[in-house]
Design a protein around this ligand. Sequence first.
Ligand code: MIC
Ligand code: SF4
Length: 756
Amino acid sequence: MTFDIDMIRKVYNRYPERVAAAREAVGKPLTLAEKILYTHLWEGNATEAFGRGASYVDFAPDRVAMQDATAQMALLQFMQAGKSKVAVPSTAHADHLIQARIGADKDLQDGINKNNEVFNFLSSVCNKYGIGFWKPGAGIIHQVVLENYAFPGGMMIGTDSHTVNAGGLGMVAIGVGGADAVDVMAGMAWELKFPKLIGVKLTGRLNGWTSAKDVILKVAGILTVKGGTGAIVEYFGEGAESLSATGKGTICNMGAEIGATTSTFGYDDSMRRYLAATGRQDVVDAADAVAEHLTGDAEVYANPEQYFDQVIEINLDELTPHLNGPFTPDLATPVAEMKEKAAANDWPTDIEWALIGSCTNSSYEDLTRAASIVADAVEKGIAPKAILGINPGSEQVRYTAERDGLMDTFNKLEGTRIFTNACGPCIGQWAREGAEKHEKNSIVHSFNRNFAKRADGNPNTHAFVTSPEMVAAIAISGKLDFNPITDTLTNTNGEEVKLAEPTGHELPSAGFAVEDNGYQAPAADGSGINVAVAPDSQRLQLLAPFAPWDGQNINGAKLLIKALGKCTTDHISMAGPWLRYRGHLDNISNNCLIGAVNAYTEATNAVTNQLDGSVDEVPNVARAYKAAGVPSIVVGDHNYGEGSSREHAAMEPRHLGVRAVIVKSFARIHETNLKKQGMLGLTFDNEADYDLIQADDTFNFTDLAAFAPGKQLTLEVVHADGSTDSIKLNHTYNAQQIDWFKAGSALNLIKTQNNA
Ligand code: MIC
Ligand code: SF4
């Protein structure tokens, strides 16, 4: 059964007319990304061409997805919007809150016990408002979406940065904060700056040890963590068509790590095969009727330089396996260079843990390729040196893999642990023994993020991102710098043996199977359902509206922290153990910026309270300023807020009295989240002004009354000796976003509009 097939048919029915209108408006051949964007305009048929990277445009996405750790805040906000039902098909997925410790069954039960209150809340809110709920154990949001909901040419948003995974089935799928999801679920337009377009031409064909993961590891090395900001990456060429749909999903998924708005691929046979295998032949039939519109125009792919803002070409014949890391996903090292680079950088090369899974690499194909390595090692009598941990992507993948003997194969390798179908170690939900000792060590995994402390909370764990087949090979060898293409291993008979190249199955030959997929359909009429939140709950807290702007300049603000270098959402609002407070704004605010590095001392979670000179934890100092009625600001470096979509990274400082975040540059989702929550997200006109900010400065905004689109703001910086500097700040607020600031938040504005 295909979910929401009527909606999908409707989208396809309007495609020809809408694409024709777009063609006329734009006046030249269209990329796939443009076709999808222009067919999803809120206003209907296109009447003008939008400026890439310039125009703010209202869109009408087809669906919304949320995961448990962000859905709580999204739905707490939705509950305030005054609607009885969601306006577009929406789903929530319980996947982030389950810890990997012993193994799937025990961990899942433990996760349910520990998070009972939150799961019950999500289940009843979903039931009430017409939202599909995927219960704990059903799988990771993005695999479940790919298996059930994604469709070529569709547009969706999701409260998770890796929503982009659905680009593997030719969607424009974009990660957003919960407040954006509320707009769409409440039946309003969703606004996005019209993206720039990056074309990636893939030639040749993957072979040997190289996998789809290596395409994105290579792209990340080329574009870096900021290179895709504000852009949609469109893959094309014979190489693109040769990849499986889940392989395409892997590439799109990790596009979040280059800051891309999303990534996508044209509709092709790999998608037909995947849709059919996952029970959606009806989608194939509907898509085939408009197939010419579900890919870029031939002229575009023949002369990409004329149509994309940037073009990259990668020859899959020549691509080799990569390992990216440590601490950042764009530090790309081809496997052949790892020995030298690890030695030069003093990266630990002994590996204790090697992990397969996460939303990006947990498909059936991934498991078969990794299993082929394991089977080969077992057959050749090689004992593994590290523990292999596996999180399957969904119950459907797990069930099918078990039926087909893949789990048996993995279990033949000594020490292997099969964890729950959930995010697990990828989001720090990993009770890794001994991590608290903070020993310097390396791990490899097939996830997409490797920021400091992310997987096990240990700042000295060097995490390297690589393909599942490389993870398996490294688990067996126990060495980060093991090159399976050239190196041998000693088996239990003392013989030198080589691992065979991986082989796999794109799709299960006997088809996918599942007994209980873990889906809960919402009530047809939810009006009688009561959603209870206990007033003394430590996990959930109903939201109180943020105060509107008082119309005055912000004066006498103090610096909460000037963050040095990389400051991702993991630094601003850490995950792992803190995921338990994702539905309780006041409690989770106790992790506000505790991972950010203080630019004056290089310490984390220690800043000076300018009111009494004491040094304290960041949240405590923020609370002290708030209690004293003193506004505060945060200063940061480049790509501030990189990583997750979690709006907690914006709501927490807002809740703690921070009024403005001033940085050299922002990551897209975080900048929008700040705006939505009524904060000032500003950038230095002159980057060097970052250096001018002193810990004991006082800040006055002098022209906030004149806050207007395209007009700079002025900040007076008063130094301790009484001298002042006046600096210019840039912003990207449009008129509506300035209204959010004035109203105190976008939600406050929705509420007044709904009550009007
Ligand atoms: C992540 O991979 O960092 C997460 C956890 O999935 C986040 C969402 C979150 O913080 O809940 C994301 O990528 O958006
Ligand atoms: Fe979950 Fe990791 Fe994927 Fe985020 S990146 S959705 S934490 S598996």
